[in-house]
Design a protein around this ligand. Structure first.
Ligand SMILES: O=C1O[C@H](COP(=O)(O)O)[C@@H](O)[C@H](O)[C@H]1O
Length: 272
């Protein structure tokens, strides 16, 4: 089961990242109130890192118990550890280095130099996810949390940027990765956006998340957003396939919203 998309439009990218940060902080606090911990899947790219910077700038971040936040990544660039190209390095600099996280809960995908190929690093990340799922299943004796045995832990919120070509995570249009139905994580080679070697969650793994939030700004993304929301197929428009089990939220700015089908746009009440 997956949730139909809802669209929320903000005037520009700076309002957008501040609004996403506020939502994210609230979501983490609410989830921790309910379950004692919360799990997020981060994304790279302009909006992913902009959102983390906005969280770092918000005094409300102190309301979150960061030592009980589990962190995963939807994709990573398969380059050397510490490279500024890595989504993890950028996230560390933007936010994670400044938080009292529990290192055991921060799950960075492997790097070139640690693994021979992106496939090897992907297989290792898939194992780490499956281990976390098994531990979660053993730990979870309460009846408040749905039973989720399987190869993936519960993802409370999964963030995704969208490229101008409609790629999400490192799932690019027409490439083999977007058609993957069995594995949870794949190695990607010859990605059209540099760097060419990457690791990515697959669409089934993305769709296991409770909530998927699509973060998009800029007029160069308007075509991709319009096609994704008009019901295009995921092989041509990967963003169209990204859905959460209980919520799919498109958080976008006015420029990226230029081609959103009108019936999906939430009408704001007329101002007094
Ligand atoms: O390369 C990547 O691109 C996408 C989109 O990035 P953006 O800068 O166009 O917002 C990003 O979501 C992904 O994590 C990243 O690896």
């Amino acid at each position: 089961m997956s949730a139909d998309p809802r669209v929320s439009i903000h005037p520009d990218s700076s309002v957008l990242v501040a609004a996403i940060a506020a939502r994210l902080i609230t979501k983490l606090v609410d989830t921790q109130d309910r379950y004692g911990e919360a799990t997020i899947v981060l994304t790279g790219g302009s909006m992913g890192i902009g959102t983390l910077e906005a969280v770092a700038a918000s005094p409300a971040r102190l309301a979150v118990n960061w030592s009980k936040v589990n962190i995963w990544w939807g994709d990573e660039r398969f380059v050397e550890a510490g490279s500024a190209e890595r989504n993890t390095t950028q996230a560390d600099r933007a936010l994670l280095d400044h938080l009292p996280l529990d290192p055991a809960r921060v799950h960075r995908p492997g790097a070139a130099g640690e693994f021979a190929t992106s496939d090897d690093a992907a297989a290792d990340y898939a194992r780490e996810l499956a281990d976390a799922a098994a531990q979660e299943h053993e730990r979870d004796t309460s009846d408040t949390r749905p039973e989720r045995p399987g190869r993936l832990p519960r993802f409370d919120v999964l963030l995704l940027g969208v490229g101008p070509d409609a790629h999400v995570a490192s799932l690019f249009p027409e490439m083999a990765g977007i058609r993957e139905t069995e594995r949870t994580v794949i190695g990607v080679e010859q990605a059209p956006k540099p760097p060419p070697s990457r690791i990515s969650l697959t669409l089934p793994a993305i769709k296991s998340a409770e909530e998927v939030w699509m973060l998009v700004a800029g007029e160069d993304k308007a075509g991709a957003v319009g096609l994704a929301l008009a019901g295009a197929g995921p092989v041509h428009v990967p963003a169209a396939g990204a859905r959460g089990r209980s919520r799919t939220l498109w958080l976008i700015d006015a420029a990226a919203a230029a081609r959103v089908p009108q019936d999906l746009v939430r009408k704001e009440p007329a101002s007094a």
